[in-house]
Design a protein around this ligand. Sequence first.
Ligand SMILES: Cc1ncc(C[n+]2csc(CCOP(=O)(O)OP(=O)(O)O)c2C)c(N)n1
Ligand SMILES: [Mg+2]
Length: 578
Amino acid sequence: MDPTNANTALASAFVEELVRGGLRHAVVSPGSRSTPLAVALWRQEGIEVTVIVDERSAGFFALGAAQASGQPVALLCTSGTAAANYHPAVCEADESALPLLVLSADRPPELRGIGAGQTIDQIKLFGSSVRWFCEVGTHAADDDGLLHYRSVACRALAAAKGEPRPGPVHLNLPWREPLAPVPVAGAVTATDPLALEGRGGRPLTAVTSIDLEPTQFLLEEVAGQIVAGRQLDPELREPLSHLARASGFPILAEPTSQLRCGPHDRSLVITTYDQLLRDEHFARSVVPDLVLRFGEMPTSKPLRAWLASSGADQIVVDPLGGWNEPSRRAAALLRADPTELASGWATRLDNSERQAPTAWLEAERAARAVLDGLGEEGEGEISEPALHLALGRAHRDGDLVYTASSMPIRDQEAFLGSQDTDVLFLSNRGANGIDGLVSSGIGAAHASGRPTTIVTGDIGLLHDIGGLAALRDVSTPVRIVVIDNGGGGIFHFLPQAGALAGEEFEGLLGTPRGVDAAKAAALFDLPHRRLASLTELPEALAAGTGLIEVRTDRHTNVETHNQLTEQVRATLADLPEQ
Ligand SMILES: Cc1ncc(C[n+]2csc(CCOP(=O)(O)OP(=O)(O)O)c2C)c(N)n1
Ligand SMILES: [Mg+2]
């Protein structure tokens, strides 16, 4: 990494990843805006640079080189019409499945569309001819910026080499002055060795299809964890819990992984990681060497922050060709069938005598005692956390639960216990929209024939209130639990709550809309019931299709959450040191 200035740092980190990922040849056309990358490629040992003035010829030269070598070839040009001259070669590379990595330099956003020189719209210039387009953006040479450039380089090469079909990839890279490698003191502020140096000889993140034999890292006795995020296949339960036993790794299981609840062996399932990892002392005490991630990255912020800061080697099993890696720190993305992979690994490890993950299990027991206590005490007093505990106990075998983005999905993850009830947990967590939840839940009920519970906020209900009309054609029971906290409760957990004055916050984010669940139900001729106590929940669910209104207070909700976190922290402090 060249720390002369921010551009040299970002460009050299980027090129470093390219060479570690196997790039050996770049074809560069001269220009000013592309200087940071041209210099980085020129100076990078292991990359041969050919300079060709005419970009159209350069494109076809690279195409021929890629075809003859079977290896990806990078193309670099300046801003303006230069990249447009690559178009014919890009089209040919698309049709012929040849790995071309097109790097177009660009002006930063503030110089676009205002008559600045040599500037055209380069965004998605090659349309659907490329396997991946990325506007790489303008970044400081801090940890996030450097990791971003490293990660984008790894991903671009993976996409060009074939995910699954090889082809062209286009990265648009804007650069601000200085374009030349002139020293700028203090421009590189990154401190994380992974950001500064990457992984030495290896790419930051490598994509591999592997056989089912466990590689050496698993056979060695290491402290590891399994993290299970959203995935829909209940068949993963047995092999993953088998792998957990054989490896001695706990499973941090989000409900939508289908691992938290079900009839499988759940003895190593951790349900309270969202609470536990808020405790810095605990979080530090369980830092693993290795994390095996199945399914999507869970929603929990403390879990994400802990994974990002842990320094653990992360192996992400992602059979669908995605780049499901927001931490930008995974060492490997495995393209393998998760069920077969887990059972293959588990079988190979079966004879090993691994220690149970005692620290996690004891903390889980302590935290569960706090949380379950909340659900069991008193007369079913209503709060958002207590509702999710009550829902967990009320679900029945075969149920489908469709949970809204916003607080419901977070609280479900944070509070739901592990039960043997065989429930399918679904959500719309691809894009995290609060739109269409009612319709999605009704659609899922209709398609699966399973008794369904939709869990939504009041604003979520309002957003898709018309979706209720579809219930008339669905015979399966669909219970819609509306958590009415009078607006957007989630925003009280964000820094905006402290930074905006009451009226501004309420007007822009709190947004009370007076959604009346009873009137919504009446509009569609649906039964409605407002719970006076959570003890009424099982009966309300058993009554079948209808709206179940649960009133909470978003203003006191943050405090309720904080108190629980404090109680968990206090019980953790009482545990004997591991
Ligand atoms: C389609 C869409 N629009 C806006 C948002 C931003 N957003 C996230 S949560 C939220 C408010 C949700 O309120 P509610 O459904 O009552 O749930 P609560 O936060 O109270 O749990 C909004 C507007 C979004 N995620 N998706
Ligand atoms: Mg709400």
